[in-house]
Design a protein around this ligand. Structure first.
Ligand code: ATP
Ligand code: MG
Length: 424
């Protein structure tokens, strides 16, 4: 019996890797233009890290983590998200002491959820975190940065921004009582999941996807009416910056996010173009988290975007530039006994034309079979090296995508000719 991949854990095949690289590179470029630096930290951490940050009563910690005991008897978990590990790494290396940090990371996350379109058990995020900054200006910077990214990716027409404020933990405790009071009166009309959450994590009922529950929630007291003056001012200033920058947003009082560590600003970028799994990017402010994980108090704000959902969206909207799928510029044919000359020619060219992607034909075969491969590779130019060309230090140049007669060129002149052709 063949061994298969795990459910909800997918291979990225070569035909799809170009679009992933395009997305990752575009994001990395935008982030560097905002002066964010990359940080990398392990995929495996102590389970306790996630319990203390994400929260014991959250879906993630309660039922979604891949947790096991290692050979030393330590409780470890595959990371379900990146913020906890990022904060752990920054604190451990003293990066949050009297300084600010603008950071990003990318990589796999693991959650034992029910796999479906846009929802996997191993999925990938690019996360961004800013530390040491209290004000709404940095919240706004993150939102402007993402808006800029959507524009660069040409998906800005189908995504909308939702924001809310969660206030302080005291505000939320007060609100929680009011909310539970209200929901108790409607207990019998709530679904089973929500009834359970009424005891464990009532705020999560607010973002229930069940329309019957949503109708009840519509009449519930709103958290934003319970936040303190500081949080209110922070929120108003954030809205002011977004208005000034002409970023359209919707205030969604039901937006509470699924992790415990958020305070003040929370937000999600959502789309209608992907069906049920419509959140492509989500985050918020977490001013208490660093201290909660044993560091000196340090404000933080960040977000994570789901790569798989973004790739689905790019595919759906057909906005990936044509050049992305094209990975070969030049295909070098080696016809006859010319392996020595072909190897030398290909390597010289790669040195002289470092921007061109050259595929050397290996394995022999007729001219006809090789030229077929050249065409299939997507190359624009085929170089033909036969025994006669090798003997005279020339090469045949055949243009595969345009009307242009084949020519014979002295090898010494080839690099100039190709550099000219591909830059024009
Ligand atoms: P959702 O409500 O869709 O479950 P979430 O609130 O659990 O999202 P976050 O923890 O905020 O998600 O993660 C940020 C982003 O990571 C999401 O907006 C989504 O794009 C992506 N994401 C989260 N879980 C998955 C998953 N299981 N498979 C694929 N992408 C995911
Ligand atoms: Mg989730």
């Amino acid at each position: 019996m063949k061994i298969q991949s795990l459910r909800g854990m997918h291979d990225l095949l070569p035909e799809n890797s170009a679009i992933w690289q395009y997305l990752e590179k575009t994001v990395a470029d935008v982030l560097s233009r905002y002066s964010y630096k990359e940080i990398r930290f392990p995929i495996l951490e102590q389970t306790e890290l996630f319990k203390r940050s994400v929260g014991e009563a959250t879906d993630i910690v309660e039922k979604e983590m891949y947790t096991f005991e290692d050979r030393n008897g330590d409780q470890l978990s595959l990371r379900p998200e990146g913020t906890a590990g990022c904060v752990r790494a920054c604190t451990e290396h003293g990066l949050l002491h009297n300084q600010t940090q603008r950071l990003w990371y990318a990589g796999p996350m693991f959650r034992h959820e029910r796999p479906q379109k846009g929802r996997q058990r191993q999925f990938h995020q690019i996360g961004v975190e800013a530390f040491g900054l209290n004000g709404p200006d940095i919240d706004a910077e993150l939102l402007l940065l993402t808006a800029n990214l959507w524009k660069t990716l040409k998906i800005d027409g189908v995504v909308t921004l939702q924001i809310n404020s969660l206030g302080t933990s005291t505000d939320r405790a007060n609100y929680r009582d009011k909310l539970v009071g209200y929901l108790m009166a409607h207990r019998d009309n709530l679904d089973e999941d929500s009834q359970r959450r009424l005891e464990t994590n009532p705020m999560r009922i607010l973002d229930s996807k069940n329309p019957d529950v949503q109708r009840i929630v519509d009449g519930a007291p709103k958290l934003i009416d319970f936040i303190d003056d500081d949080s209110r001012q922070h929120f108003e200033q954030l809205c002011g910056i977004l208005d000034a920058a002409k970023i359209t947003y919707e205030i969604n009082p039901r937006l509470v996010r699924g992790l415990d560590y958020y305070s003040k600003t929370v937000f999600e970028w959502v789309t209608d173009s992907l069906g049920a799994q419509g959140t492509i990017c989500a985050g918020g402010r977490y001013d208490g988290l660093v201290e909660q994980l044993g560091g000196k108090p340090c404000p933080g704000v960040g977000f994570a975007m789901g790569i798989e959902r973004l790739v689905l969206l790019l595919d759906e909207l057909k906005v990936v530039p044509d050049s992305v799928g094209q990975t070969v510029d030049i295909y070098l044919l080696a016809v006859g006994e010319v392996s020595n000359a072909a190897a030398v020619l290909a390597d010289n060219l790669r040195n002289q034309c470092p921007n061109l992607r050259i595929e050397s034909h290996c394995g022999g075969g007729s001219f006809k079979s090789q030229i077929k491969k050249a065409d299939k590779s997507g190359a624009t130019v085929a170089l033909i090296l036969g025994e006669q060309e090798a003997a005279s230090s020339t090469v045949g140049v055949k243009y595969l995508r345009q009307e242009h007669t084949q020519e014979t060129v002295v090898q010494d002149n080839l690099a100039n000719l190709l550099n000219d052709f591909f830059t024009n």
